[in-house]
Design a protein around this ligand. Structure first.
Ligand SMILES: NC(=O)c1ccc[n+]([C@@H]2O[C@H](COP(=O)([O-])OP(=O)(O)OC[C@H]3O[C@@H](n4cnc5c(N)ncnc54)[C@H](O)[C@@H]3O)[C@@H](O)[C@H]2O)c1
Length: 256
């Protein structure tokens, strides 16, 4: 059966863990050759091993999305080794700690550098190869970019920037045949969210999970695979009329 991404090349950042890893596996299963990009090179290699074991094609690239030279080298290697670029998934992200009353300046900078500036740098580097045959960019937002999450000030602001940037990119890149959409996931149980869930339960992860699930009308948290399937829809031709869309995948959390 034909895959939804047959013959395409996808560049996925933060693909050494969580949602990015799930997306790398799904995109490869749907026929894409995948550049697995992560700050943690070993984690990227582990994802590639999983993809290859499932019969897919992928390369691991260690890069910091917040460093222009890293990103430009990773995009150049992708084009050279995988034969072009069709899909950029700006997924790499980090969380933050505290409200504006107590957040650390360094934490604010790190959060903006990875989540917001990383999205800009990767997109800038990817635009020339994406323009060759038309392409798609998926930016990873968060419900935190749409509604307030307590004690997550820098993260809320950085994801809000990603949402605004998505709309800006969509209109600027449409003439180059590049569609740009964002996903705003609700809570997905990955290594990124574990500290927040633990803190919410005063150190007890199960209690934190129960408190969080109570905020979700659908009655459960998201899984990396559920978000990866939304990304697949935005990456492929099924979403051909979508650009500038902010797709919430949050079990109804922001509908209340
Ligand atoms: N998990 C959630 O509940 C949730 C909810 C909404 C949005 N998100 C967003 O989804 C994305 C993925 O989150 P996840 O939960 O899978 O996280 P995760 O921590 O499991 O994975 C993130 C990956 O990004 C990599 N990374 C971090 N900084 C990087 C950098 N500077 N350059 C390159 N790679 C870097 C990490 O090494 C890690 O492998 C993030 O943007 C996150 O903000 C997550």
């Amino acid at each position: 059966m034909a895959g939804k991404l047959d013959g395409r090349v996808a560049f996925i950042t933060g693909a050494g863990s969580g949602i990015g890893r799930a997306a790398a596996e799904l995109f490869a299963a749907e026929g894409a050759a995948v550049a697995v990009v992560d700050l943690n090179g070993e984690a990227a290699e582990e994802t590639v091993a999983k993809v290859v074991a499932e019969g897919g094609r992928a390369v691991a690239l260690a890069a910091n999305v917040a460093v222009a030279a890293d990103v430009e080298a990773a995009v150049a290697r992708t084009v050279e080794e995988l034969g072009g670029l069709d899909v950029l998934y700006n997924n790499a992200g980090v969380d933050s700690r505290g409200s504006v009353a107590d957040a650390e300046e360094a934490d604010w900078d790190r959060c903006f550098n990875v989540n917001a500036k990383g999205t800009f740098l990767c997109s800038r580097a990817a635009v020339p190869p994406l323009s060759v045959r038309g392409g798609t960019i998926i930016n990873q937002g968060s419900v935190a970019g749409l509604v307030a999450v307590p004690n997550f000030a820098a993260y809320c602001a950085a994801k809000g920037a990603v949402v605004a940037l998505t709309r800006s990119m969509a209109i600027d890149l449409a003439p180059r045949r590049i569609r740009v959409n964002a996903i705003c996931p609700g809570t997905v149980f990955t290594p990124l969210m574990e500290p927040m869930l633990r803190a919410r339960g005063d150190g007890d992860l199960e209690a934190g999970l129960a408190k969080t699930v109570a905020k979700y009308p659908i009655g459960h948290l998201g899984s990396p695979e559920e978000i990866a399937r939304v990304a697949l829809f935005l990456a492929g031709d099924d979403s051909s009329f979508l650009t500038g869309s902010i797709v919430t995948a949050d079990g109804g959390m922001t509908a209340q």
